[in-house]
Design a protein around this ligand. Structure first.
Ligand code: AMP
Ligand code: ZN
Length: 475
């Protein structure tokens, strides 16, 4: 399998350290708020990566943390802990907040057919591991105590930043986040491993440590959990591109200083989903969640389809038009798949031919849009329906677009329900039908078709009859 490695900035042949098992680590969500659809894009692409590896014959052991402590506003060593801030504003305990948003995240993953990694560890449950790691770093001279906190000494490293070119200024955490530098640091790029002192004395989560009561920094969580559950040689570490610095840079620094050799061989970074106004961000407060998409009439699989249509290394801009077009394509695909029959003998030669094409697309640095095209190629192929069903079921192990349920007729979009629709929705449908009639009158058939597709993307199917246009809700 060929995969882009952010550290070498090249597409490389992926070779695991131990051929019998690929180890894969994912930075989990910071559970102070709902995940936005940008976060979910990253988790969808990581899910595709894990499933592709399995599809290509690798055995995968994957771990993910849940960040429930230590992620400070601004990503730097200054600012308030995001969890504590959220708990205070909602008048809840940090653990109640963590529990609520972890469940919400799991529910989003389930709806998007994102497989929950077999090892999922809340950061607060592994504090002992971080303390042990910090002790080793102090012993080896890579860390120092100053002003009540323990810092990592970046001047002890030959190379600190590994993901390309950043200027010395960009590497200063404090400068980057436009907050005051920390006077206790020996070097501006040093970062906190353990806090006993911070500007925010209301920190609700504190543990005993050899350096006094306090709490761990965010970066040490991922290093500690990864080392404990996946060992000293990690094959793939994943995250969104924003994690490259400071988070992943600091993870590499402290982990390699601790184990004394190279730690992770592949860095998989998924590009961001932006909206028209710029980067989607939880801390901005207003953002799109999966529930908002559902309220607007989209099935979660339509969002997965929207993501799979673009390459994970390209930025993706969310627009209503783009989403509508993915939604219409998905609804059409489900309908088409539901018409496949069966009961014939699978043609293995054809099966092998298309399965190979699909594998080639995945092996080419996860070319998901090409992998999707394979579904359409199979549908057009000159072979029997049983072969088509077998192939598409096989592809769906990776695509996870609920294509199997479309083929066996159990897909939600195929169920005719007497859904109550709101008066706003009714008015919207009628307005669209009228606009379509106008477009047809003006012989603008492209516009008329676009309106039909838009209606379908919201689960409204229309039919022209002698008595006018009829519509039905198909989900
Ligand atoms: P967080 O919950 O903030 O720790 O982020 C969870 C994951 O989402 C991390 O891997 C981030 O890198 C990723 N992420 C954050 N913002 C975006 C975005 N706009 N688009 C895609 N991924 C993102
Ligand atoms: Zn992490």
């Amino acid at each position: 399998m060929k995969l882009y490695n952010s550290e070498t900035r090249r597409v490389e042949e992926f070779v695991p350290y131990n051929p019998s098992e690929v180890t894969m680590y994912t930075c989990g969500p910071t559970v102070y708020h709902f995940a936005h659809i940008g976060n979910l894009r990253t988790y969808i692409m990581e899910d595709v990566l894990e499933k592709s590896l399995r599809f290509l014959g690798f055995n995968v052991k994957r771990a993910m943390n849940i960040t429930d402590v230590g992620h400070l506003s601004g990503d730097s060593d200054d600012g308030e802990d995001k969890m504590v801030k959220s708990a205070t504003s909602q008048n809840k305990s940090v653990m109640e907040i963590a529990d609520f948003y972890t469940r919400a995240f799991k529910a989003d993953c389930d709806k998007l057919n994102i497989k929950w990694p077999e090892i999922v560890i809340p950061a607060t449950s592994e504090v002992e591991s971080y303390i042990k790691m910090i002790e080793v770093l102090l012993e080896k001279g890579f860390a120092y105590a100053s002003g009540g906190n323990i810092y990592f000494d970046t001047s002890k490293l030959g190379e600190y930043y590994r993901f390309g070119k950043l200027s010395a200024d960009e590497l200063m955490v404090g400068v980057r986040d436009s907050v005051a530098g920390d006077d206790a640091k020996k070097n501006k790029a040093d970062f906190v491993l353990w806090f006993t002192k911070s500007k925010f004395e209301n920190h609700a989560l504190i543990w005993d440590s050899p350096w006094g009561k306090g709490y761990p920094g965010w970066h040490i969580e991922c290093s500690g959990i990864s080392l404990k559950y996946l060992g000293e040689h990690l094959d793939i570490h994943c995250g969104g591109v924003d994690n490259k610095f400071p988070h992943h840079t600091n993870e590499i620094a402290q982990t390699e200083a601790c184990v004394g050799h190279k730690w992770c061989s592949f860095w998989f970074h998924s590009e961001h989903l932006n909206d028209k106004s710029g980067k989607m961000s939880k801390s901005k407060g207003e953002f799109l969640t999966l529930s908002v998409l559902e309220k607007n009439g989209y099935h979660p699989m339509m969002y997965r389809m929207f993501c799979l249509l673009s390459h994970y290394r390209n930025q993706l801009v969310y627009t209503k038009e783009g989403m509508d077009s993915a939604a219409a394509a998905y609804a059409k695909l489900v309908k088409k798949l539901s018409t496949l029959g069966g009961g014939e003998v699978v043609d293995f030669e054809i099966f092998e031919k298309f399965n190979k094409k699909f594998k080639d697309a995945l092996s080419n640095d996860l070319n998901t849009s090409l992998a999707l095209t394979c579904v359409y190629d199979v549908l057009k192929a000159d072979t029997n329906d049983s072969t088509k069903i077998a192939l598409i079921a096989s592809f769906d192990e990776v695509l996870s677009l609920s294509l199997v349920s479309a083929m066996d007729g159990s897909h939600e979009l195929l169920q005719e329900t007497e859904t109550e629709i709101s008066s706003e929705m009714k008015a919207w449908i009628e307005e669209k039908i009228a606009a379509r009639a106008e477009a047809k009158k003006a012989k603008d058939y492209a516009a008329a078709d676009a309106i039909r597709a838009e209606l379908l993307s919201r689960g409204v199917e229309i039919k022209d009859t002698r008595d006018g246009v009829e519509y039905k809700i198909i989900k």
